[in-house]
Write a protein that binds this ligand. Sequence first.
Ligand SMILES: C[S@@+](CC[C@H](N)C(=O)[O-])C[C@H]1O[C@@H](n2cnc3c(N)ncnc32)[C@H](O)[C@@H]1O
Length: 314
Amino acid sequence: MFSRIQFKRAIFFRPIIANSNHIYNKGLRRPFSTSLKLQLANTTVNFSEQQPQHDTSQEPKTHFGFKSVPEGMKETLVGQVFENVATNYDVMNDAMSLGVHRLWKDHSVRTMAPGPGTKLLDVAGGTGDIAMGFLNYCKEIHGDTSAQVTLLDINPKMLEVGRQRFAKTPYHNTSQVTFEIGNAENLLSIPSNSYDVYTIAFGIRNCTHIDRVLREAFRVLKPGGRFMCLEFGKVRNPLISSIYNLYSFQVIPIIGQVIAADRDSYQYLVESIRQFPSQEQFAEMIKKAGFTIVGEGWEDLTFGIAALHSGFKL
Ligand SMILES: C[S@@+](CC[C@H](N)C(=O)[O-])C[C@H]1O[C@@H](n2cnc3c(N)ncnc32)[C@H](O)[C@@H]1O
């Protein structure tokens, strides 16, 4: 296992890992993009032009990127984003992060270090990076084919891309992977105390009520179970922070424009990252939901651009 410094060096300086043997990379080729545009028939509509269908002026507000929207609208807006981008998710994700997201996810699975027979619930699992990395790890490290993952996402299209990806693997049509449509804020189909590990990677910041997501995570985990959240964080080093801000706001939208002809999606992405709580604030929220955290409760990855949070249901 890497020490923190070794890990930071490794993931910051390592070039794109097209031929890497990392567990996470096997079976992976998917993109990320978040389009703010709705394709309605042949018409493209900017979210900023959307008008609510009813009087929402009295509703509590939340953020959607840097925009303030009625709480009831966010889920729909986020849903439309991911519906739009599902088929392009891989390419854009790699382009935007220069492949580094793979290292973060690989590190998350290695930190989880699941034992044989582990039952994982991967919420907001999208096209299945964490789920795939988890099953590959169990197979390669333990020769285990009894580990199981439920890949849950609110968006049928993202889940369908994941399903197609798994269809090309030995996990296809086995009890090792199941797909469920569901909302992280209300895991209706998931019984209490039923999973060993709960993961949510780059998903929680898209949810309207983070506290509800955390409460549900606590409920569905078995006593002794582990909550793990990979999410963007705050960069503390002022020099790195300036470079990161410049890259985020000046370069990423251009990448979106050039590769996906969609600047707005990338603008939304960088804005949504800035709206997410700091590592300290999020660790407090995890504790408030009932989890016990070890140490400070998170590990910064690549100078805090991302952070891996963890808590136990004891
Ligand atoms: C940035 S993608 C992350 C996907 C995957 N976990 C990964 O790391 O590549 C965010 C995912 O969160 C899902 N999502 C957003 N809000 C959700 C909610 N309330 N419940 C479940 N999934 C949600 C989206 O549909 C999307 O698939």
